[in-house]
Design a protein around this ligand. Structure first.
Ligand code: ADP
Length: 548
């Protein structure tokens, strides 16, 4: 940063601080030379000059000044040296004035006066003393009356011109300093911005996810190195992209290039974590996850979009492998477990069992049934299972109030163990077009969680409400609540926000699937440390009835 500051300052000085002293000297002097040349030619031709010899000598002095102004590299000499030329002019003009007193040539002193005053305070003093002094000396040497009131006029005019020249030179210098400072600041800011930009692209080139920046018109204005590795899997990224087979998130449904995330961003959409599978010419499959955001400039106007693409092949393959394993293990467990339960029931039917043996068998049967329920849950939560929730829902008109009350009654002992107060309020009658068994599973699950994640001595409140089209069940607790970042994720399979309390992280995922299969919705609002409210909304009528 330090190195850049010095460079910026140097650059600005080279551009703005450079004083073209040579050019100023030449400009000032040549103008005077021009006027003197005209006067010389005019005076000689007309023969009106009293002392042509002296006039010629003086005009020569001004000419020498002109040559010096052009030939001497004033910029390389100390600043005050250039004053030699206007001082020479002052004497030369005195000579001309002496050679032709009535010619009014004293007016020419205005040129060196302005020039001297513009050189600084010393120049101003020289101008205000030397010129009037010489003028009066010339008057004394001349033929006319030495002093009249009019003889004060020219010195006063010269002083006034010098003061004005000095003032405007000061103002000009102040403005130039201001300009220099602003230019230096601008150069510094520009250097910092360039460096910042370099830093950002260096950082972006080291990360393993692709970053593409699109302009408002959808053109690619930036892409990092990682994008090069994915380019074949992103149609429309490069004109030369090899054609690949694109599949949607499930890895089966073919996807049109029109629906590809990059094409969607170009149409102005934003989205998060959209997964696209692609198969290249060698049959290798890979999954990319896309996230797109619109960019807004400082005026609040749209300034394009940025797309981030991440290779999630390994992640997705691992998830699929886990699902397959879970599904097959659960499936394989079910058959022997059903047989164990069957034999336990047969054993319980035997005559002459001791009371103790019956108790043991009863406990084994209860545990076996719970195990079977867990296996069934895992199976229905597994995506590859054929027993998915959708295929096992058989909806009909169902009394929701009855289901909610029955669930509350069955879980009251669990709540009582932890001194948790259970209450049910709302409509006396409310129906929904739902599978009663599945709905009970959802309410049991929500109520079970409301008790499980509650504090001892807390409360759980169930409410049922209906407007004749939609029926809403809410389960509100005074428990630990759910952090904002976990709220969406609680409906994911195997997700558990708190490990302290037992569970398999499947209950809410299954409940969500069940409610969605009913064309309903399951949502949550929560405040950590205060409690959570789960809301189930279900249609009252079958979907066909609604559309009729
Ligand atoms: P689990 O078997 O772990 O209860 P769920 O799918 O039912 O699985 O719930 C997932 C996670 O959501 C739980 O582990 C818990 O962290 C959180 N959760 C669910 N219900 C509540 C609630 N009422 N209050 C606080 N956290 C909850």
């Amino acid at each position: 940063m330090k190195r850049l500051t010095a460079t910026a300052a140097r650059t600005s000085r080279a551009v703005f601080r450079f004083e073209p002293r040579d050019r100023v000297a030449a400009g000032n002097q040549l103008l005077l030379c021009g006027i003197v040349a005209v006067l010389f030619v005019g005076g000689m031709t007309a023969g009106t000059l009293a002392r042509p010899g002296l006039f010629s000598l003086s005009a020569l002095g001004v000419g020498v000044g002109g040559i010096a102004a052009l030939a001497v590299p004033w910029t390389r000499l100390p600043a005050g040296w250039v004053a030699a030329v206007p001082i020479l002019d002052v004497f030369a003009i005195a000579g001309m004035r002496l050679s032709d007193p009535p010619g009014g040539l004293g007016l020419l002193w205005a040129f060196p006066a302005m020039w001297l005053a513009s050189l600084g305070r010393a120049g101003l003093i020289v101008s205000c003393t030397l010129i009037p002094g010489l003028y009066w000396v010339v008057l004394l040497m001349g033929p006319g009356p030495a002093f009249t009131p009019a003889t004060l006029l020219l010195p006063l005019v010269i002083v006034a011109i010098s003061a004005a020249g000095y003032g405007s030179a000061r103002r000009f210098a102040a403005q130039r300093d201001l300009l220099d400072a602003q230019a230096a600041r601008l150069a510094f800011a520009r250097a910092a911005a360039v460096r910042q930009e370099q830093l950002v692209s260096e950082v972006l080139d080291t990360v393993d996810f692709g970053v593409v920046r699109l302009s408002v018109g959808g053109d690619i204005v930036y892409e990092n190195d990682a994008v090069g590795r994915f380019s074949n899997a992103i149609p429309g990224l490069h004109a030369a992209s090899v054609r690949t087979v694109l599949l949607a998130e499930d890895g089966r449904t073919p996807m049109d290039a029109f629906d590809h995330p990059l094409a969607r961003v170009r149409r102005g959409e934003t989205f998060e974590d959209v997964v696209v599978w692609s198969t290249d010419a060698d049959g290798r499959r890979s999954a990319l996850s896309f996230t797109a955001r619109r960019l807004i400039d400082h005026r609040g106007a749209d300034s394009g979009a940025v797309v981030v693409a991440r290779d999630v092949t390994a992640e997705r393959e691992a998830l699929r492998a886990r699902d397959d394993l879970v599904a097959s293990v659960s499936h394989e467990l079910r058959t022997p477990l059903t047989s164990v339960l069957g034999y336990l029931e047969l054993a319980l039917d035997e005559e002459g069992l001791s009371e103790r043996a019956r108790r043991y068998l009863d406990t084994a049967l209860g545990s076996g049934e719970r195990l079977l329920a867990i296996v069934a849950d895992i199976l229905s939560a597994s995506r590859s299972s054929r027993n998915s929730v959708e295929s096992t829902v058989s909806a009909r008109e169902t009394d929701v109030v009855e289901i909610v009350r029955a669930s509350a009654v069955s879980l009251t002992p669990l709540a009582a163990d932890r001194v948790i107060k259970l209450s049910v309020t709302g409509a006396d009658r409310a129906t929904a077009f739902a599978d009663p068994g599945r709905l009970r599973q959802v309410v049991d699950n929500l109520l079970g969680n409301a008790i499980k994640f509650n504090r001892d001595g807390g409360s759980v409140h169930l409410d049922v409400d209906t407007d004749g089209h939609r029926t809403v069940i809410t389960v509100t607790d005074t428990g630990i609540g759910i952090a904002e970042e976990d709220r969406e994720r609680v409906f994911e399979r195997f997700f558990r926000a708190s490990d302290d309390v037992g569970g398999n992280g499947l209950g809410l995922a299954i409940s969500h699937d069940i409610v969605t299969a009913h064309e309903g919705s399951l949502t949550v609002t929560s405040e950590p440390g205060v409690g959570s409210t789960f809301r189930v909304e279900l249609p009252v009528h079958a979907p066909e009835e609604v559309t009729q």
